[in-house]
Design a protein around this ligand. Structure first.
Ligand SMILES: [Zn+2]
Length: 366
């Protein structure tokens, strides 16, 4: 099992971001029409205008009483290079379908990708075919991806250690504090409520990192998770979902958008390492949904995170030795269930994942 896990971590060096197809980047576009969000349909509050001369820290006076201004780096400063790479990620996550996405889904119409300076969220304006990614959302998801990558990397280091043979529990407690993972999670959570400056103690994303470096692999995991979110938004626009329907119908539209993203990514992924990587990326995106729900609570316009998780997991189709399942367990356990010690030892990957999924039902089910 350790071998598979190393293989998956190695695989992450594949350059995900190299696709010729891109969404057009739009710097400014007024809100118009219906907004379908990833985690909530509430229109996020814009703090001031999107301006090229935006001054980091100026938001302190614009309704962001809780913002920390000790750091001079905004989420925009930290993530604008990731935003540029994000343009191609829906094409790059399932490269075998890039042409299909371009010709049959997005057609010749003018889709745009727009940055936003709201709290962490992602949404689409359906009539405009405009997808919005907030810098806070990119920052929040990247921090969570960093936690995910560090967790699986350290777990594999531990399992590679010859002294660890026969150890069936991986204790990440020390890594969690040494690598500031607790601080990344805390920042990722705060961004769900409002944008705030990048804490100085935390590493800043490096979008130009070599793809076989740790930072590059982390970026690939982040871009994979982001592409599931973006394909969810593309799904809304592709199906021309509407706000002017009943609550039940709106919830159904969310399931449809999720299913569009999941099947787009997995349908032609085969059963090898490609699928493992993609599943792990989707698990990271789902973990972000759980985190969002913990902070903001559930809304009436989206299914509960646990129901969205259940639907996506049903499409994973993982084998008994799946490294994505095993790594997914480490991440979900460390993030949402670090205290409980009743996890049985000696389970295969898929058994451990089933156990964790049941645990998630207990933690997040109504
Ligand atoms: Zn949605």
């Amino acid at each position: 099992m350790g071998q598979d896990r190393l293989e998956l971590i190695d695989w992450l060096h594949n350059p995900l971001a190299k696709s010729k197809s891109k969404l057009h980047v739009q710097r400014r576009k007024p809100f118009d029409g219906w907004i379908a969000g990833f985690a909530t349909n509430e229109r996020p509050v814009e703090y001031g205008n999107m301006r090229e001369d935006y001054e980091p820290g100026m938001n302190a006076g614009l309704g962001m009483a809780n913002a920390r201004v000790s750091s001079s780096r905004s989420t925009k400063d930290a993530t604008h290079s990731l935003f540029k790479v994000a343009c191609s990620s829906p094409f790059a996550i399932a490269p075998e379908r890039a042409a299909e996405l371009k010709m049959q889904v997005m057609n010749t119409e003018d889709w745009t990708l727009n940055p936003s300076e709201t709290e962490a969220n992602f949404w689409v304006v359906v009539p405009d075919k405009s997808i919005y990614l907030s810098y806070a959302g990119l920052a929040s998801l990247w921090c969570l991806s960093r936690v995910a990558f560090t967790t699986i990397y350290m777990a594999s280091q531990i399992s590679r250690d010859p002294d660890a043979k026969g150890v069936d529990q991986v204790d990440l407690g020390q890594v969690w504090t040494e690598r500031h993972l607790d601080k990344y999670v805390a920042y990722a959570r705060r961004l769900v409520t409002s944008d705030e400056a990048w804490p100085e103690v935390l590493q800043v994303p490096d979008a130009t990192a070599a793809s076989d470096s740790g930072e590059g692999r982390l970026n690939n995991l982040f871009l994979g998770a982001l592409s599931w979110i973006m394909l969810h938004e593309i799904g809304h626009a592709h199906y021309q979902h509407s706000k002017w329907v009943g609550a039940d119908q709106r919830v159904r539209q969310e399931y449809e958008a999720d299913a569009f993203a999941t099947s787009w990514i997995l349908e032609k992924a085969g059963n090898g390492i490609d699928r493992e990587y993609r599943v792990l990326a989707i698990i990271v995106a789902l973990a972000w949904l759980f985190l969002h729900e913990q902070v903001k609570g559930g809304g009436k316009d989206h299914p509960a995170a646990i129901l969205r998780f259940r639907e996506a997991v049903a499409a994973f189709e993982l084998g008994p030795r799946s490294p994505a399942a095993e790594n997914g367990v480490y991440l979900l356990k460390a993030l949402f269930d670090p205290i409980s010690e009743d996890m049985p030892a000696g389970m295969k990957s898929h058994e451990a994942f089933d156990w964790m999924a049941t645990r998630m039902e207990e933690l997040f089910g109504q």
